[in-house]
Structures are given as C-alpha cells and as structure tokens.
Design a protein around this ligand. Structure first.
Ligand code: NAP
Ligand code: ZN
Ligand code: ZN
Length: 348
C-alpha cells in the first residue's frame, strides 16, 4: 500500500497539521499520482470546519490536484508513467446509472464519491484529499493536462474552473449576452475569465471597490460595487444570466431585480446558511433561481482542453503547506488573489 503524508484536520476546531496515512493499492484501471500542486478551495474550509454538517475526521482536504503519474495499473489506456494527470472533486461513481452513462458522473443516482471525507467504493475506507503526497484514482476520474499551461495555475481549474465553465455553457453564455458574476474570489475570477472568453458582456459584482482594477484586467466589461445602490439601480432588468459564487450569506434580493424577464440566477456558492429571498422578486419577470455543481468527466476534460487552446489559467498565490492555516484565515478576510495553491514539494 502506498504510504502518504498530508495535512489533516482532526476536528472542526483544530488547525490543519501533518498526518501520515496509507492509500490502497491501485487496481488494474487505476493510477497513482505523486501530487505536485493542490489548490485551496473555500469548500475545503467549509468542510474542515464542518460548516455543512457532513464532516468526518481525520480529514485531509484538497480537490484541485495536479501531479505526475508514478504507477499505473495493467489495464490503463489514458496515461503512462511520468505523465501529468489532474483530479477534481469526485473520484468515483456507480458508472451504470443514466447520469453516469451520459458522462454526468457528478449527478450519479447512487451518489458520486467525493475526493475526500467520503466512503471509498473499493475498500470502504474514508477518502483522503490532495493536501498530500499522492493519490490513487481510476483513470476515468483523472484528466490530461494541456502541455502549454503552468501546472500550479492549472490546479484550480479542477474545481473553480469546471464549476464556473459548466453553468456558463449550460445557460449559453456567449456573444450578445449580458452576464453578471457575483463575488470575485476563486470561483468568481474563473467565471469572469470564461465569460469574457466566450464573448459575453461580463459584469463583475464585488463588495470590495479595491478589486475594480483587477476585475477589469481579468476581463470585466463593467464592475459594480454591490453595496452601492446607485451602482446597482441602472442594471435593473438587464441581465441574461447571473452566476453567484459567494461563500457567505448575502441578499439574493439585490440581484433578482437585475434579471431580464424569464432569466436565471444560478448559485454555485454554498454558504452554510440557506439564502432567503422575497418571492415578489421571482414573480416580477418570472425569473428563476437555479444551482450548479462542478461538472462531469467529459466536460471537465473539455474545459481543460479549452483552457489549453485559449491559454486560460487561474491567478494563483503559491504557498508552502506550512502556511495553510494562515491561508484559510486570509481567505475568510477575502485576502487572496485569487486562489491559493499549495506547492506539495514543501511537504517533505
Ligand atoms: P472564495 O475564493 O473565498 O471567494 C468567495 C467570494 O465571495 C469572495 O471573494 C467575496 O467576493 C465574496 N464574499 C465573501 N464574503 C462575502 C460576504 N459576507 N458578502 C458578500 N460577498 C462575500 O471562495 P471560492 O473558493 O470561490 O468558493 C465560493 C463558494 O463556492 C464557496 O461557498 C464554495 O464552497 C462554493 N463551491 C461550490 C462548488 C459547486 O460545485 N457548486 C464548487 C466549488 C466551490 P468580493 O470580495 O468580490 O465581494
Ligand atoms: Zn472546490
Ligand atoms: Zn451513477
């Protein structure tokens, strides 16, 4: 069994600290990846602190994984030793239900297996995530990485990237569409890059006026400070689509009146407290609130290939693993530009 080193939370209050464990041996269609970089998603913070109520400990978080293939099973077709491979938020599913057959493994009828803090379908153990030296995964749930992209900056594509790419594609964001992105964080900045790249008129909403210049550089056509009603008012009934990537409670009622008739606000952010909104803001304009979760394996590969073709990566601040607790504190202060990524060589 491959031994692994990582950083784990031992309970909802403990800081992350070194933790040794072992991975199961890889099966014939599985590979072992020696992890080079792992992104730090706000979900890691929600999960380690049990903000969604589904934690199990010890918990090694991390689901934005890029690394080098160090062992392959006998039936592997997609990778060979030494290749770069990437893993995102899910690592297994039933593989036979209708969503799995469609390549929408994240909507698996029997429940997809999360990269960490979930029950492993093979041996019943608890999955341990990517703040670690290695990962063992079936090749169906591992992705090829375009050779032209910086590997540290690729890592966040595996969650922040696909979570924003998928709904922007699903709701047909493109030329002639006015799109709002709420929250300029890890997910938000990727949404902004994709919306701009798809040719839409992209409007970034932020609570922080100091992010205006960055947002413009990242592709915003307009930046709106959402706490200023005089900036919000002129946008009433003008949006074809709004993607909300905020991690904390906030008022959807500020955004629903900005949608055109029959348009949609899609939530990807997952604040622990359920959002509230006035039904009057839905009936006026017959607008919808929807949600979206990561993406299936074929779409994740398509997103990575698109990023390779268009030179799109995340804006990252690379940190040593020893700074992970400080990174969580800074994330809560909205002090990150725009994704922390752990350099796993610092684990040694
Ligand atoms: P993040 O980097 O911390 O960004 C969150 C952003 O939300 C901040 O940059 C900030 O933007 C805004 N914000 C924070 N506190 C706020 C407040 N009190 N009021 C208004 N705005 C506030 O987080 P992330 O990694 O992008 O993740 C965002 C959310 O998506 C998390 O809840 C995460 O769990 C969830 N998520 C969902 C999926 C999915 O499949 N649906 C996948 C990954 C993550 P401004 O400073 O610009 O206002
Ligand atoms: Zn994530
Ligand atoms: Zn399934």
């Amino acid at each position: 069994m491959p031994s692994s080193k990582g950083y784990a939370a031992q309970n909802a209050e403990s800081p992350l600290a070194p933790h040794a464990f072992s991975r199961r041996d890889h099966g014939p269609t599985e590979l072992t990846i020696d992890i080079l970089f792992c992104g730090v998603c706000h979900s890691d913070l929600h999960m380690t602190r049990n903000e969604w109520g589904n934690a199990s400990y010890p918990m090694v978080p991390g689901h934005e994984i890029v690394g080098r293939v160090s062992a392959v099973g006998s039936a592997i077709t997609k990778f060979k030793l030494g290749d770069i491979a990437a893993v995102g938020v899910i690592v297994d599913s039933c593989r036979h239900c209708a969503p799995c057959r469609r390549g929408e493994e994240h909507f698996c009828a029997e429940g997809a297996t999360l990269t960490y803090a979930a029950k492993d379908r093979v041996d019943g153990s608890t999955t341990m995530g990517g703040y670690a030296s290695n990962y063992v995964v079936d090749e169906r749930f591992a992705h090829r990485v375009p050779a032209n992209l910086d590997l540290a900056a690729v890592a966040p594509l595996l969650c922040a990237g696909i979570t924003t790419y998928s709904p922007l594609r699903h709701w047909n964001v493109g030329p002639g569409k006015k799109v709002g992105i709420v929250g300029l964080g890890g997910l938000g900045h990727m949404a902004l890059k994709f919306a701009h790249s798809f040719g839409a008129h992209a409007v970034q909403f932020t609570t922080n006026p100091r992010k205006r210049e960055d947002a413009m550089k990242l592709g915003a056509d307009e930046v709106v400070v959402s706490t200023d009603p005089t900036q919000m008012k002129p946008h009433e009934r003008s949006f074809d689509f709004i993607l909300d990537a905020v991690s904390a409670p906030h008022k959807l009622d500020d955004y629903l009146p900005l949608l055109k008739q029959d348009s949609t606000l899609t939530l990807v952010g997952l604040p622990p407290e359920p959002p509230s909104f006035a039904p009057f803001n839905l009936i006026r304009g017959r607008v919808s609130i929807a949600g979206s979760m990561i993406g299936g394996m074929p779409e994740t590969q398509a997103m990575l290939d698109y990023c390779g073709e268009h030179n799109i990566v995340s804006e990252v601040e690379v940190i040593p693993i020893q700074k992970i607790n400080e990174a969580y504190t800074r994330m809560l202060k909205q002090d990150v530009k725009y994704r922390f990524v752990i350099d796993m060589s610092t684990l040694a």
